[in-house]
Write a protein that binds this ligand. Structure first.
Ligand SMILES: Cc1cc2nc3c(=O)[nH]c(=O)nc-3n(C[C@H](O)[C@H](O)[C@H](O)COP(=O)(O)O)c2cc1C
Length: 399
C-alpha cells in the first residue's frame, strides 16, 4: 500500500555530511506515492548537487531566495501552502538553531516559517555537537512545538569518532513520517494480534504446519501501530520483518502460542486472532530422527486447545475478532464460528484461489458481525484490507 499517495512532501536538506543519503530517502518517499519537492541550503550545495534531486524528483529544486529569473510566484509561500508534510534530513545543528529561534535568512528557514503542516526533523551530526546543551535545548523546544524529532542512531560517524549522530535507517525515517501523518484513531488502545502458522514437531527434524505466511496479521499489526495503537504481535515462524514499533513475541507451537496469548490478553482492548494455529499435533515427539523404512509411517495426532474459543470464554469487555480461512462454504462456517466462539466479528477469506489467502499479497475478505450483517470487500493488498478491518472495528465498537 502506498501510504503517501497524492501527498506533497517537501524535503529540506541542510549542510551535513549525510546530505547524500537524502537521495535514497527521496526515492523511498516517492515509492510510497509522494510528490517530493526539495529545498537545499547553501551549505547543502557543498555536499550534493541540485541536478540529482531535480531529475529524480521531476520538480524544480529550490536553492536561492532571490534571482530566479523564471519565477512568477513567491515560491516559499506557494510550496508552504501546498505541503502536506515537511521533512528536514539531515537537519544540521545550525538549521535546528534557526528553526528554534525564528530566523529566516535563507530559503529553507524562510519556508519553514510559512508552513502549517506536520514537520519531521532528522538531526545528524558529530556526537559532541548533538549532545551540546544548546542543540538539545533547541530540539526540546521544537518537539514541544509539535515537531517530530527522529533521534539519530549510534555508531561510526563520518568525522572518525563513534557515538550518537548518524543518519537513521531510511525505512525507519519513512515509517515515522507516515506515522506522523496517519490519523491516530487507535491512540491509547492496546491490541493483541496473532499471526503466522505454528509448527508441531514429531521428530527433531520434521514438523506438521500449514501455508500461512503471516502477511495478513503483520499488515494488521503495522497499520494498527501507524494508527496509534500499542501492538503486541504473537507470531509463529515467518519470513517477515517485524513492523516498526510493534512488540513481537515469537512462538513455534500451538501450545506456546496459547501460553503467550493467555498471559498477554488481560489488559488488551482488542484481540485479533489471525494465526493459523494447528488444530492437531503429534502425540509423541521422537528424541531421534525417524529412520526411513519400507513401511508406511503413521503419526497419531491429538486435538489442540482451541485458543480462540478459550479467549471467547475468558474475555471480559474486550473486542474479539477471529479469522476463518476456508476452502468452501465460507459464509456458513464463518457465521457458525462467530457464535460458537463468542466473537464480535469474524473475517472470512477463501483460501486456495489466486490473489487471496495464504501467501498472497492480496486478500479478498468478508467481515461478518454478531448482528447478522456482513460487509464484503474487493480483492485488495493486505495492508489495505488491514486498514478496512481496523476502520470497521473503530466505527462499530470504539466510536
Ligand atoms: C565536511 C563538513 C561536514 C559537516 N557535517 C555536518 C553535519 O553532519 N551536521 C551538522 O550539523 N553540521 C555539519 N557541518 C557544519 C555545517 O555545514 C555548518 O554548520 C553550516 O553552517 C550548516 O548550514 P545549513 O544549516 O544552512 O545547511 C559540516 C561541515 C563540514 C565542512
Amino acid at each position: 500500500m502506498r501510504n503517501l499517495s497524492g501527498k506533497n512532501i517537501v524535503l529540506g536538506i541542510s549542510g551535513g555530511i549525510a546530505a547524500y543519503k537524502s537521495v535514497e530517502l527521496m526515492r523511498l518517499l516517492q515509492k510510497q506515492g509522494a510528490d517530493v519537492k526539495v529545498i537545499l541550503t547553501d551549505s547543502a550545495l557543498e555536499f550534493v548537487t541540485p541536478l540529482t534531486f531535480q531529475i529524480l524528483s521531476g520538480n524544480p529544486v529550490y536553492t536561492k531566495m532571490f534571482g530566479d529569473e523564471y519565477e512568477t510566484s513567491v515560491r516559499h509561500i506557494d510550496w508552504a501552502e501546498k505541503a502536506d508534510c515537511v521533512i528536514i534530513a539531515p537537519a544540521t545543528a545550525n538549521t535546528i538553531g534557526k528553526l528554534a529561534n525564528g530566523i529566516a535568512d535563507d530559503v529553507l528557514s524562510t519556508f519553514m516559517l510559512a508552513i502549517d503542516c506536520p514537520v519531521v526533523l532528522c538531526p545528524a551530526m558529530n556526537s559532541k555537537m548533538y549532545e551540546n546543551r544548546v542543540v538539545q535545548k533547541n530540539l526540546d523546544f521544537l518537539e514541544n512545538e509539535g515537531f517530530m524529532i527522529i533521534e539519530p542512531s549510534s555508531g561510526e560517524l563520518a568525522c572518525g569518532t563513534k557515538g550518537k549522530g548518524r543518519f537513521p535507517e531510511h525505512d525507519f525515517i519513512v515509517h515515522n513520517l507516515i506515522k506522523r501523518m496517519f490519523p491516530k484513531d487507535l491512540e491509547g488502545k492496546k491490541i493483541l494480534i496473532t499471526a503466522g502458522p505454528t509448527r508441531e514437531s514429531f521428530d527433531p527434524v520434521r514438523y506438521i504446519s500449514n501455508h500461512s505466511s503471516g502477511k495478513m496479521g503483520y499488515s494488521l499489526a503495522k497499520m494498527a501501530e501507524l494508527r496509534g495503537a500499542e501492538v503486541t504481535l504473537v507470531s509463529g515462524p515467518t519470513n517477515l520483518n517485524t513492523p516498526y514499533g510493534v512488540n513481537l513475541l515469537p512462538v513455534t507451537t500451538a501450545e506456546e502460542m496459547a501460553d503467550q496469548v493467555f498471559s498477554h490478553m488481560d489488559d488488551k482492548d482488542i484481540i485479533i486472532k489471525v494465526a493459523a494455529v494447528a488444530d492437531y499435533s503429534p502425540i509423541t515427539i521422537e528424541d531421534k530422527k525417524i529412520k526411513k523404512s519400507d513401511d508406511d509411517l503413521t503419526i497419531t495426532l491429538k486435538k489442540n486447545l482451541d485458543i480462540l474459543k478459550e479467549i471467547g470464554k475468558k474475555k471480559k469487555d474486550q473486542i474479539l475478532v477471529g479469522f476463518a480461512a476456508e476452502t468452501n462454504e465460507m459464509e456458513e462456517y464463518a457465521s457458525r464460528k462467530l457464535l460458537e466462539k463468542n466473537l464480535d466479528m469474524i473475517v472470512g477469506n477463501i483460501v486456495g484461489i489466486p490473489d487471496s489467502g495464504f501467501g498472497a499479497d492480496t486478500n479478498k475478505v468478508t467481515m461478518f458481525f454478531k448482528s447478522g450483517d456482513n460487509v464484503e470487500l474487493p480483492s485488495m493488498e493486505k495492508d489495505k484490507v488491514a486498514n478496512s478491518i481496523l476502520d470497521k472495528i473503530y466505527k462499530r465498537f470504539l466510536r
